[in-house]
Design a protein around this ligand. Structure first.
Ligand SMILES: Cc1cc2nc3c(=O)[nH]c(=O)nc-3n(C[C@H](O)[C@H](O)[C@H](O)COP(=O)(O)OP(=O)(O)OC[C@H]3O[C@@H](n4cnc5c(N)ncnc54)[C@H](O)[C@@H]3O)c2cc1C
Length: 373
């Protein structure tokens, strides 16, 4: 079988990986360099964690996601992950952590509530103002995202049966016929076309514009004194929700930066726009950091990074076959990276084996576990 893949983020590269592992032919087209610094997948890190609110399907998929990453580490010859554990903090009536714990209990996973009095002893770097409940889970950690996509692109370039086309924007796709046309007018055909175009997807498939809304997100990298950095370099990751701003903190594992972002979707912007962030973008986050993190007055903003993903109403992934020879692959809504290796392997299996497309779409949407056979 031969597949054409449009997009060289974690999703496109992972499908290519899954297909080439099984001896299939792949041509992958990327509009920019490979990997592209503008891609959603290109940031220092992305989190993987079991707590998923009420979304039991995705919580169940996390073990499979870890297994898929292990397979990838074996092929890449390096493990681009650091464990941190997951600390979920809530206040002001927010119940995401509590709901996560209930959901996890139903699938046999333990997320334990910590007495608030224990917080300062276990995590002295947290100030804890406004926190009413704290939950801890041993699992969870940081995937070194840009190193993963860089290493994977390099690995694929060395495999037989695959041709990578960086700097080759695709102008249009014909998912009925399995054809694409590049910006220069060249036409390529295959048994199947997979569009994994991230936040640019609506340019190629405008019919999905109502469902997949591009969302501009800003994250902050911090510069901090050496003692604070050393303390945070042991973890944990924090998922916090105490009111207007829900934030996540990615600890500076193995020499990477410490990053903070928020969970709110902007649902605005275009990935082709200028990506300069302003102080207005981050003011609410900084305000919350001041009351949450001990010694925050000694931290300095090192840099801001603007990134785009697509958002769906229910935050479920869209991995569907809208036409006979074509798939859209948009594991989006700001939580897709952790599932990159798994989504790639499973879509490759479905493409090669002719597994039921509708069942696959339900599985990817976190509605049906395990994967279709
Ligand atoms: C701020 C932020 C924080 C996040 N945090 C997490 C997290 O903690 N955990 C987690 O699991 N996920 C997280 N995510 C989500 C995760 O990063 C994305 O779900 C994932 O990277 C999407 O990968 P992708 O391959 O679909 O898209 P991308 O990485 O954007 O790749 C799409 C590629 O397609 C290319 N392309 C587009 N159009 C064309 C065309 N016409 N021709 C050729 N090439 C084209 C683009 O150039 C791009 O390289 C976060 C995302 C952001 C932005």
């Amino acid at each position: 079988m031969k597949a054409i893949i449009v997009g060289g983020g974690v999703m496109g590269l992972s499908v290519a990986w899954g297909l080439t592992r099984d001896g299939h032919d792949v041509e992958l087209f990327e509009q920019g360099p490979l990997p592209n610094p503008l891609a959603s997948s290109m940031d220092e890190h992305r989190l993987i964690r079991h707590p998923y609110g009420d979304q039991e399907g995705y919580a169940r998929l996390i073990d499979d996601a870890y297994a898929a990453w292990e397979l990838m580490w074996g092929d890449l010859g390096q493990r681009l992950y650091a464990a941190t554990g997951t600390l979920a903090l809530t206040g002001n009536g927010a119940d995401w952590a509590e709901r996560s714990a209930v959901t996890l209990a139903t699938i046999g996973k333990s997320m334990t509530e910590l007495p608030l009095a224990e917080l300062p002893r276990r995590f002295p770097q947290i100030e804890g103002q406004g926190i009413e409940r704290a939950f801890w889970m041993e699992s969870g950690g940081v995937l070194f995202a840009q190193d993963i996509v860089t290493s994977l692109a390099g690995y694929l370039a060395r495999q037989p049966g695959i041709r990578l086309h960086p700097h080759t924007p695709v102008r249009s796709v014909d998912l009925e016929q399995g054809r694409i046309t590049t910006e220069s007018g060249a036409v390529h055909a295959a048994d199947v076309v997979v569009v994994a175009a991230g936040a640019w997807v609506n340019r190629l498939l405008p019919g999905f514009g109502q469902r997949l809304i591009p969302s501009r997100q800003t994250v902050i990298y911090f510069d901090m004194p050496a003692d604070a950095r050393a303390a945070w370099a042991k973890g944990p990751m924090i998922i916090e929700k105490t009111g207007d701003v829900g934030l996540y903190l990615v600890p500076p594992m193995e020499g990477r930066g410490l990053k903070i972002g928020d969970h709110e979707f902007s649902r605005t912007g275009d990935p082709m726009d200028e990506r300069t962030a302003s102080e207005d973008d981050i003011r609410p986050l900084l305000k919350r950091c001041r009351s949450l993190l001990r010694g925050f007055d000694r931290w300095r903003t090192d840099r801001l990074k603007v990134c785009f993903y697509t958002v769906t109403d229910d935050e479920r992934f869209v991995v569907e076959r809208p036409a006979a020879r074509g798939w859209i692959m948009s594991p989006c809504s700001g939580h897709g990276f952790k599932f990159g290796a798994l989504m790639g392997l499973e879509l490759a299996r479905t493409l090669a084996s002719g597994r039921d497309a509708k069942a696959h779409a339900r599985w990817a949407a976190g509605l049906e576990v395990p994967a279709p056979t």
